[in-house]
Design a protein around this ligand. Structure first.
Ligand code: ZN
Length: 500
């Protein structure tokens, strides 16, 4: 083993161990921990975060990274990739003065609390000043991170989706606006009526759980390496490739929990598929936010909302919920789970309107960072854009600008990943249709062939490959958003019988 790397390894191992502990606290906090534990647990988390920061950016670590880069003889490919990843993380953190970093950490935990309260009380005014401070910090940090000539918002995007700049995203979202807004209008004007009232009702939680577990396992979530629980907002977290955890939530809409489970199982399958020699290293995670979301949304929508997927298993739905599904045909069920319903809330959006929710957030956060848009203006701009793109206008801030946690935490540049992920998924889908009998496999209940292909080409590599490399190596093409538009057009013109 390379001598520098041998000395660096204990620091990396420590960082990974501390990270695993942090993840476990995060999971516990969202699922099982008693309410009163919060403040005391925060102290533990603060100390552990400091330890992680020290292991990654400490003077010894930095000196050893330099040593490895100057004397790379004998470094294996995966070791070199770890050193480079570490160099990257150091760059991101090290340019920020420690006092400012800590001051922001305090501000953001305060800000999340105030956001929760403001959302509950539907009072944006009570939160605006704090949010402005968060925005100002993020602009400052982006300024520290930006390379020469780089725009601030581009520097923030790098943190979530490396290799995608505002220039490309402007084109991407411009295309979505031009193509999807008119398509949505046609869908809403169409005479096709889609019945979905039967999806709402008294569905006992234990029955929803039974079906959720069945679906997670059916798409390939391995319960030997994963667990399933309940939390207010569904999420996935992982300690390593043999400990992956997903949650769901239950409501009167049965499809809400079922598709959450398939979505989170998609995230989980990605993490379980990472190679053993990469897990518990800096490379042992999905390569980007967008690629992660491409996998969860691929399982949820492209696979999970197709008729072929349900052909072998619709009987299971009817067996668990004879009322109402014994009387509902498979076709009626599939049409219902694909119904377009412009809604104010992003997380409840259908597949067609979803990216329009993201488009709105993209335009606004770009203006906040690049054009000094005043935070006070947000509720009005938000409502105007919803009216323009989705044809609905929020009456409260709770259903408007206060609905998402992201900005309160200082996560600017995160939202685009959700739309990009959907677009990556569509590109992957059209590629797979060329080389596999995609629909036929689903009809025969062979999801594992599709999953195995994704594992081979995407999941196993962790962060060894970038998103662009993965797309290129798999499909032979660079990222092309036209596949996504084509997918939505084909799907919804057929469903709503619209002449194209
Ligand atoms: Zn997701």
């Amino acid at each position: 083993m390379n001598d520098g790397f041998k000395q660096l390894k204990p620091y990396l191992d420590k960082a990974m161990a501390v990270q695993a502990a942090l993840v476990l606290f995060e999971w516990d906090d969202a699922t099982l921990a008693p309410k009163a534990a919060g403040a005391n647990t925060s102290r533990v988390i603060e100390i552990l975060s400091g330890e992680y920061f020290q292991a990654v950016t400490g003077e010894e670590t930095k000196a050893l990274v330099k040593e490895c880069l100057e004397n790379p003889e004998g470094l294996k490919e995966t070791e070199m990739a770890q050193v480079k990843e570490l160099e990257d993380q150091i760059e991101q953190l090290d340019c920020i003065p420690r006092e400012e970093y800590q001051a922001f950490a305090r501000l953001s935990s305060e800000s999340v609390r105030l956001w929760e309260k403001a959302k509950e009380e539907d009072d944006f005014g009570g939160f605006a000043q704090t949010l402005q401070k968060v925005v100002d910090y993020q602009k400052k940090f982006a300024g520290y991170r930006a390379k020469e000539g780089q725009k601030k918002y581009d520097a923030l995007l790098e943190g979530y989706e490396k290799g995608f700049s505002m220039k490309e995203l402007d084109q991407f979202f411009g295309m979505l606006r031009e193509e999807l807004v008119p398509l949505l209008k046609k869908v809403m004007e169409s005479k096709a009526s889609i019945q979905d009232d039967f999806l709402t009702g008294d569905f006992p939680e234990e029955k929803q759980e039974e079906l959720g577990r069945f679906l997670a396992e059916y798409v390939g979530f391995d319960f030997e390496k994963g667990v399933f629980s309940v939390s207010a907002h569904p999420f996935t977290t992982n300690l390593h490739n043999k400990d992956v955890r997903i949650t769901t939530h239950y409501s009167r809409r049965v499809d809400s929990s079922l598709f959450s489970v398939i979505h989170e199982a998609g995230h989980g399958i990605y993490e379980m598929g990472i190679r053993d020699d990469l897990t518990q290293t800096l490379l042992g995670q999905g390569t980007s936010m967008g690629m992660h979301e491409s996998q969860s949304r691929f399982f949820e929508n492209i696979i999970g909302r197709s008729k072929d997927f349900w052909i072998p298993i619709y009987g299971k739905v009817q067996e668990i919920f004879p009322d109402p599904f014994e009387k509902i045909s498979l076709d009626t069920f599939v049409r219902a789970i694909n119904k377009v319903h412009p809604d104010l809330i992003r997380t409840e959006a259908d597949e067609l309107t979803y990216s329009l929710h993201v488009l709105i957030r993209y335009e606004i956060e770009k203006a906040l960072i690049e054009e000094d848009l005043d935070v006070e203006e947000l509720p009005r701009i938000w409502a105007d854009k919803y009216e323009e793109y989705l044809g609905i206008r929020p009456k409260t801030d709770k259903e408007g600008v206060l609905q998402d946690i992201h900005w309160s935490q200082g996560s600017f540049g995160y939202f685009p990943s959700y739309a990009l992920g959907s677009a990556f998924g569509a590109q992957i889908y059209y590629h797979m249709k060329k080389i596999l009998d995609f629909e036929g496999l689903l009809r025969q209940g062979k999801v594992e062939v599709i999953r195995e292909y994704l594992r081979e080409n995407i999941h196993q590599h962790g962060k060894m490959k970038t998103t662009r490399q993965i797309l290129k190596d798999m499909t032979g093409e660079d990222f092309d958003p036209r596949y996504y538009i084509r997918y939505l057009k084909e799907k919804y013109t057929a469903l709503y019988q619209i002449a194209d």
